[in-house]
Design a protein around this ligand. Structure first.
Ligand code: DC
Length: 216
């Protein structure tokens, strides 16, 4: 079987990580959640008082060890999988992910991790920047209303439905208006709107667009 890359991009809360996780198991390929990498670095910045771009350079970043094993995320060997989902990390991740040096460092790391294997990566810029030549590119969207509702039902956050929807819209705005690698559908990506689809239906839609040889 030849190796292939699936780029799965889309706004926050569109269900990318759930879909990517299930797909990777169905297809028996690797999975990399790139949002987790930006979150892990954000946690490091918070813990170490990094508040300004001038405080970092590439050497500094290279000494921060980020490892991802299935759905567990390790920061300098410590399992931070739960911590990186905290409110404080979520509130600061947009700033950290808008720093050019951070993006360069993490994009290089994402390319290295993906060498010599079939893999699905989910993020914002996988189809546009990280792997513009990926064999498959999907752009997963859902209305902010539906995304807020899904998040609300997960019961993770102590906020009203309206507040969650507002947060999501704010993050969409920041992610798609930042100067470097904004959230954007690649020209050749297939857009899938999951607003009215279940997880299984969304996965079926993706599988239908793939070559038989890669799906079997
Ligand atoms: O997918 P997520 O919500 O866990 O991502 C967290 C943040 O990381 C999101 O606000 C945007 C940023 N991100 C990015 O800029 N590029 C990626 N490839 C993945 C995430």
């Amino acid at each position: 079987m030849s190796k292939f890359i699936i780029a799965l991009d889309g706004p926050s809360g569109s269900g990318k990580s759930t879909i990517a996780n299930i797909l990777s198991k169905k297809l028996n390929i690797s999975y990399l959640n790139t949002g987790s990498m930006y979150r892990a670095l954000t946690l490091y910045f918070l813990e170490n008082g990094i508040k300004n771009e001038d405080q970092i350079d590439l050497n500094f970043l290279k000494n921060i060890k980020i490892d991802i094993n299935e759905d567990r995320v390790f920061l300098n060997e410590k399992d931070v999988s739960e911590e990186i989902r905290n409110k404080i990390v979520t509130e600061n991740v947009s700033w950290v992910s808008s720093i050019p040096l951070v993006r360069k460092y993490l994009v290089d790391l994402q390319r290295k991790i993906s060498e010599n294997k079939s893999i699905i990566l989910d993020g914002r810029d996988i189809g546009t920047v990280v792997f513009p030549n990926a064999k498959y590119k999907f752009f997963l969207v859902a209305s902010s209303e539906v995304r807020a509702k899904r998040r609300y039902e997960q019961n993770e956050i102590d906020k009203s439905l309206e507040e969650i929807q507002k947060d999501i819209e704010k993050r969409d705005y920041i992610d798609s208006h930042r100067e470097i690698s904004p959230l954007k559908k690649a020209k050749d990506a297939i857009e899938i709107d999951s607003s009215n689809l279940t997880i299984d239906e969304t996965i079926d839609e993706i599988l239908r667009k793939m070559d038989r040889e890669d799906v079997l």
